[in-house]
Structures are given as C-alpha cells and as structure tokens.
Design a protein around this ligand. Structure first.
Ligand code: ATP
Length: 458
C-alpha cells in the first residue's frame, strides 16, 4: 500500500462493490444506519460464524442463547440504564452540534485517557484544562454536561392510551443474566461457565459516525463468564489473551492492536480493558473485557426477587458468581477487517490493483468460476453447480478475464477457477490465488478438497 488508507476509500469500495450501502438511500438515507449488501452480508455472517466457532463450539463450558430484543422494562431498572446511566453530553453553543464529553476527551488524548468513569465535574475540568474545542466549528463555548439516556423507547399495547413504555435493548448481555438460572439448570452447567450471544443492540448515540464504527443499531458478539471470585482475575486475563488471539487469527496485524487498561473503573467493576485497533481515524476501542464482580446477578436478584445463588455441587458452598464479560461489535470488527485487508498494489505493468486480503474463512465468496469464452459457459455452469454445493461461489462470464480477476480481487475472493478449452478435453481447470496471483492446474474433481483445505479457520 503506497498511499494512506482513508475511511473514504473503504466507504467507496463498500458502496461500489456491494459490501455496505447507506440505509434507506432512495429516501436520502437515514443517518448512521447502514445496510449490508450481497457481499457484505456474507462477510459479516462469516465473522459471526468464526466468533461462534471459537468461543462457543470450541469452548466446552460455553452455552449459546438468542434472547429477545424487547425485555421486561424492569430489566433496565435493574441494570441501571433507566435511572443513572447515560452518556455525558454537551452542546456547542456556537454551532449547536452535540457531543459526548468522554469520547471527545478520548479522541483528544488518542485513547491514552479513559474518560468512561469520570464524573461530569472531572470531564468539565479536563475539557477546560486542555481547551478542547468543538470538532465541528472550532469554537470553545460549551453548555454544561448533562446525562442523556441512550435507549430507544417504543411502546407495547394495542391502543395508544394504554401503551406501556418498552426499550430496544442497548446491550445484549442482559439476555444472558436473566437466563443464568435457566441455562445453568438445563445445561447442568458448573461454574466456571459462560453464556454467549450474538444479537442486535440499539443506542441513541450522541456522536455516531465514522461509517460502521459507531452506529445507532449494531450487532454485538459477547459472552458472560460466571465464576468464583478466587478464579476471576485469572479468567479475566485469559479472556484478554483469547480476545487478542481471535482478532489476530482473523487477520488484524499485531502492530495495529494494543491493550488499553481502564484507569478509572465503574463503581462495581474490578478491572476493565479494551483492545484497540489502529483505524484510519486513529486508535479506537474494538472490544471490551470487563470484570463486573457480582453487580449484575445481585441487581437482578434484588429486582426480580429470584434467588441467583449458585450451589457448588462438590463443596456445597453457596455464592453469587462473579462475571467476566467479553464483548465485541460485529460491525466494528468487520470494519477493522476491511481496513486491514485493503491494499493497493503496484503491478509490473504500471497498473494499480486494489485487492482485499481477507482471511479466506471470512471472504464473502470462496471461489469464482470464470469461463474464458462464451462457448465454455455450459461446462463452467457445471463446475459452478459442483462448487456452490460446498461454498459461496460467484459466477462471472462478462468482460475480459483480467477485469473479472480484478472484480474478484476487490471483494476478496481467494480463488478464481478459469474454464478453458483444455477443460473440455481433460476436465482440468486453472485455479488462481488472489494474493500471489499464481495459477496452477487441477482436475475438477480435486477442487472441493483443495479449496476446503485453504479456507479453514482454526
Ligand atoms: P464505546 O466506548 O466505543 O461507546 P462501549 O464501551 O460503550 O463502546 P460496550 O458497551 O462495552 O462499548 O460494547 C461492546 C462493543 O460493542 C464495543 O467494544 C464495540 O465493538 C461495540 N459497540 C458499542 N457501541 C457501538 C456502536 N454504537 N456502534 C457499533 N459498535 C458498537
């Protein structure tokens, strides 16, 4: 890559190649919503599958759930979202734009200051001391900081007058806490065990933006590990390493990743850290790992009246488990993977090749079938139908072979299979590697095993 990667380059590629489109575009869009297109939905599904494989399928003491987005409103009283949580917002009096004080501080300090747990007074003091100006107009004329509840509110009821207020969940983890007893009983789970979930969350963010980085509707992939207090710090450290290894294995380069321990903690937390990625907009949170103590289960015990105590089957010890949370945004991770994969290569003939070096396991299509000429289409369709039973497979017969290779490079297809006249003679094809552009010749009946071997995520 010779030129600097910008978010605009990623946004343009995503729009033009069918990864991601602006939400409700024909109506002029709907700010900070994005629709995944034919290629993007495959990519994001593959990211989610890879996460589930690593953290549920290959983790014997982890159990999945898929909880409702709409929950009993008492859940959000217990979690603290209704009463006290909320983002610290302030308005620029000059241009009337609204900002989150904590994110302004974090981006000003390039992630070295954690503002999440600061009080309003501390936030204001920092902003004044460092003279943080409005990112929109450059002014320095702020309103006092006020809390803002980021939950979307909707209503339940057939008549408007008897409608009850309900919330779109701002985080998925409450679905695990409220099912702690159900999962423990039905899975006969023994502490330490985790409950995992992938699902949509909704936040009325004050400063959304930067494409998929901060949106008002997004997916979280997260798990809550229930454990004894004496084991909790080891488990916390263990998830820090597992979380890092997962994103490295998916292709994020270690020089673009770093841990960021929180120096100020929420009142109930015992430890907290993020993994940050070096996005084109700078170092930003990719995922969080939090030691939440017994806060969540004790609050739900108090608000629901249900006893959440765990009884150790070996020692008969009774206790409320501690919770270690590991949470990563599927959209934010997808964005990081797109940024990491993007490359502009200078070719020997002077042309520039845009290529997405996505890990083959998450590439939208694993293989594209390309007939060299029209009269080879029937044979090519036969090969397509063989391969598409096993993999997401593209078929393209339009344009020069060079242009077709470029199109596949830009959506990260790891293999292109070309059907030529020899294919009719001896049932062999060329298979081209996206990254090296090298081609080898294989028999059609060797293709499935060859591709399957090279797209594994372990
Ligand atoms: P941030 O500080 O960026 O607002 P957070 O600390 O509020 O994030 P968590 O509540 O811990 O985030 O959520 C876990 C993960 O969910 C984040 O690390 C991020 O990957 C993702 N996430 C959170 N908010 C958004 C959002 N508005 N848009 C996209 N992804 C998000």
């Amino acid at each position: 890559m010779t030129t600097k990667l910008t978010m605009d380059k990623i946004v343009n590629l995503c729009k033009n190649r069918g990864f991601v489109f602006p939400g409700s575009e024909i109506y002029g869009g709907f700010a900070n919503t994005w629709d995944f297109g034919p290629v993007g939905v495959e990519l994001k599904n593959n990211v989610k599958r890879a996460w589930w494989k690593r953290f549920v399928q290959e983790s014997p003491n982890t159990y999945g759930v898929d909880a409702s987005i709409l929950m009993n409103p008492r859940v959000w009283e217990a979690s603290g979202h209704v009463a006290s949580f909320g983002d610290p917002k302030m308005d620029c009096k000059k241009c009337k734009q609204r900002f989150r004080a904590d994110t302004l501080i974090e981006s000003h300090s390039k992630g070295s200051v954690s503002a999440e747990a600061m009080t309003n007074e501390q936030l204001e003091a920092y902003i004044n001391e460092h003279h943080l100006t409005c990112p929109h107009c450059g002014g320095f004329d702020w309103t006092p900081i006020r809390k803002f509840n980021p939950m979307f509110i909707t209503s339940r009821g057939t008549l408007e007058e008897d409608a009850d207020k309900v919330y779109l969940r701002p985080e998925t983890c409450q679905g695990e806490y409220v099912n702690f007893l159900n999962v423990q009983r039905t899975a006969r789970a023994k502490v330490p065990f985790a409950i995992a979930q992938i699902g949509k969350s909704f936040r009325n963010e004050i400063t959304p933006g930067n494409f998929l980085f901060r949106t008002i509707e997004f997916e979280q992939m997260e798990l809550q590990m229930f454990c004894k207090e004496s084991d909790s710090m080891n488990i916390y450290e263990d998830y820090k390493s597992k979380a890092l290894k997962f994103v490295e294995d998916l292709g994020l380069k270690s020089e673009n990743l770093r841990f960021h321990d929180h120096d100020k903690l929420a009142h109930y937390a015992k430890a907290a850290c993020d993994i940050q990625y070096n996005f084109p907009i700078g170092w930003q949170e990719l995922n969080g790992i939090h030691h939440r103590g017994t806060w969540d289960l004790s609050r739900h015990q108090e608000y629901s009246g249900k006893n959440m105590t765990y009884v150790d089957p070996f020692t008969n010890e009774k206790f409320l488990p501690n919770v270690i949370e590991y949470s990563i945004g599927a959209d934010r991770l997808t964005l990081a993977l797109l940024c990491q994969a993007y490359d502009e290569e200078q070719l020997e003939n002077g042309e520039t090749r845009v290529v997405m070096h996505l890990h083959p396991a998450i590439a939208p299509y694993k293989v594209a079938v390309l007939p060299l000429q029209k009269n080879l289409n029937d044979k090519a369709k036969e090969v397509y139908s063989l391969l598409s039973k096993e993999f997401m497979c593209d078929y393209d017969e339009a344009g020069s072979i060079g242009k077709r290779y470029r199109r596949q490079d830009e959506i990260g297809t790891p293999f292109c299979v070309t059907i030529d006249f020899d294919t009719l003679e001896n049932d062999t094809v060329t298979i081209r590697d996206r990254d090296s552009m090298e081609q080898i010749r294989l028999n059609v009946n060797e293709l499935v095993a060859y591709i399957a071997n090279r797209i594994k995520f372990n």
